[in-house]
Ligand binder design. Structure first.
Ligand code: 5RP
Length: 223
């Protein structure tokens, strides 16, 4: 299982060129990539900067020895590439947000020259998970009601280590909505049109998907 993530991350590293600015995704697969990028930079390879998509990936970048490259969006003129994991690989889309970092993840993914999704092959064989929606806390009951009217159940995400709703890195609630994705682009737009919704976990702008297996990884068409 972890091999899958490692091999996917290792393949993604082949697309990182010297001097690039790199968006760092969040989650266990993205962490494999951050660790490998750190090792590469420790051996003399230089990037221009890297921007993490969460406090978690920021911490991972520090532990990987990338502190001197960490920067904020205002410090770069363009983002060359963003490498991130996914919860589900669909036809022409991926679902993200399992780690509640979807908004910053989408900001970097959609503003990068190239967005590379990395995942283990086990992600190809799972049922579609709920769609994560980050919303301002005030709007949560309205969004849930609106989704219910359209026939969809949703719930505010709770977690471990805290009683009640989890709060994202941006200070918002995360909602998980049971919606089968049929027209991903339309649905991505429609969910963001709900007042108070900030972003959702449907990602439709994908440059490349790399799937890792037991012995290696390969670039896979966005199904
Ligand atoms: C976080 C994400 C992650 O990329 C996604 O949950 C995949 O995580 P992992 O690589 O640990 O399976 O979208 O918001």
């Amino acid at each position: 299982m972890d091999n899958e993530k490692f091999f996917a991350a290792k393949k993604a590293l082949e697309f990182i060129e010297e001097g690039m600015t790199v968006g760092l995704g969040s989650g266990t697969t993205a962490n494999e990539f951050i660790a490998l990028l750190g090792q590469k930079c420790a051996s003399g390879f230089k990037i221009s900067g890297c921007i993490p998509t969460s406090y978690d990936s920021e911490g991972m970048a520090v532990r990987a020895g990338l502190s001197k490259y960490l920067c904020i969006p205002a410090q770069i003129s363009k983002l060359d590439v963003c490498v991130d994991g996914a919860d589900y690989i669909g036809k022409g889309f991926v679902l993200k947000g399992g780690g509640a970092a979807l908004t910053r993840e989408k900001v970097l993914a959609y503003n990068a020259e190239k967005f590379i999704v990395i995942a283990g092959e086990s992600k190809l064989a799972i049922p579609q998970p709920d769609i994560a929606i980050e919303c301002i806390r005030f709007s949560a009951p309205f969004i849930m009601r609106e989704l219910k009217k359209k026939g969809f159940e949703s719930k505010i995400r709770t977690g471990t280590g805290k009683i009640g709703p989890i709060v994202s890195d941006n200070g918002n609630f995360i909602m998980d909505a049971k919606i089968p994705v049929k027209k991903p682009k339309d649905m991505e737009t429609e969910l963001n049109a709900l007042p108070g919704a900030l972003e959702n976990g449907i990602f439709t702008r994908i440059g490349m998907v790399i799937i890792g297996g037991k012995d290696g990884a390969k670039e896979t068409p966005v199904r």
